[in-house]
Ligand binder design. Structure first.
Ligand SMILES: [Fe+2]
Ligand SMILES: [Fe+2]
Length: 304
């Protein structure tokens, strides 16, 4: 008997995902692998994240890293990050989408990660992932921590979106077009949001992937779902009162984006070593695949 394929495990009303995307954010690498703030081992935390990404099945079409790739924009930090990510991307047969954040340095990023001349031009790009279009925007502002999109980048985006893609478009950007409940974070937020909303409304944009906040957050912007992936370096302890929120070396996470014909889901994956049960084993799945729909309902839904 042939081994069950992925489609044998589709029991519900939704069609299978056409694309799987890994969404990671804010690694904040430093030269010589030193700890961020003398405290956070960002390389170790990122290595654990990559280990978790390697286990995701099916393999992703892209690994999107939504900015603050480095903490200070040092060339050695980009070199170290590239050395960490490229072998994993190669193993998984996937592309890497590097997105610039406010902690990045455009010239060093361009030279260190993209083998491009070290200019201050925005780091943007368009990928065709088997019909799903991914557009990277650069919301960084050289010399500042707040975000912005200048007229040139906005008109470029409008031009890109003028033709729809078969599976629609995802935007990747560092500063999310969402509010934060934390005091003073609005100083660092994205400017020209009205202009961005004008451009993406009524286009084929189906989702916006962002970072910057160091905690998971979700909302809508111009009718489009926005998903902020938490950071891999350190995260904000948002269980505290807003005025008291600070960083902690815990709860690092990334997200799996499942793009389906009718919807897109963003699943937060905590990077943790917690002991995990084995009830849903491969053998159990194979047994379920051999049952009729009624038998599956009986086996899995019936209360005992
Ligand atoms: Fe960050
Ligand atoms: Fe940031």
């Amino acid at each position: 008997m042939p081994a069950p394929s992925d489609s044998d495990f589709v029991f519900g009303r939704h069609e299978p995902a056409s694309h799987v995307i890994i969404h990671v954010s804010d690694p904040h690498f430093l030269a010589d692998g030193v700890r961020l703030g003398g405290r956070y081992d960002v390389e170790e935390n990122f290595a654990r994240t990559l280990e978790a990404i390697r286990a995701v099945h099916p393999h992703p079409s892209a690994i999107v890293i939504t900015g603050d790739l480095t903490d200070l924009g040092e060339p050695d930090a980009y070199r170290r990050l590239r050395l960490a990510v490229e072998p994993v991307a190669e193993e998984l047969g996937t592309v890497i989408v590097w997105v610039a954040g406010n902690h990045d340095d455009r010239p060093a990023l361009r030279e260190g990660l993209l083998d491009l001349p070290p200019t201050q031009d925005p780091v943007t790009g368009v990928w065709d992932l088997d019909g799903l279009r991914l557009v990277a925007l650069d919301t960084s502002v050289p010399g500042w921590h707040h975000g912005d999109l200048d007229a040139g980048q906005l008109s470029w985006l409008a031009e890109v979106l003028s033709e729809p893609a078969p599976h629609g478009t995802l935007l990747a950007m560092h500063h999310p077009p969402l509010p934060s409940h934390l005091p003073l974070f609005d100083i660092l937020e994205l400017r020209h949001q009205d202009e961005l909303a004008e451009i993406i409304r009524d286009t084929d944009v189906r989702g916006i992937l962002a970072g910057h906040l160091h905690y998971s957050s979700h909302g809508t912007f111009a009718g489009v779902p926005v998903s902020v992936s938490s950071a891999t370096c350190y995260t904000m302890n948002v269980a505290r009162p807003a005025a008291d929120v600070n960083g902690m070396d815990a709860a690092q996470a990334f997200q799996i984006v499942h793009v389906r014909p009718d919807t897109i889901t963003h699943t937060v994956v905590p990077v943790t070593d917690a002991p995990t049960g084995d009830h849903f084993s491969a053998a159990w799945l194979e047994k379920m695949a051999l049952l009729s729909p009624d038998e599956r309902l009986e086996a899995f839904s019936r209360k005992r």
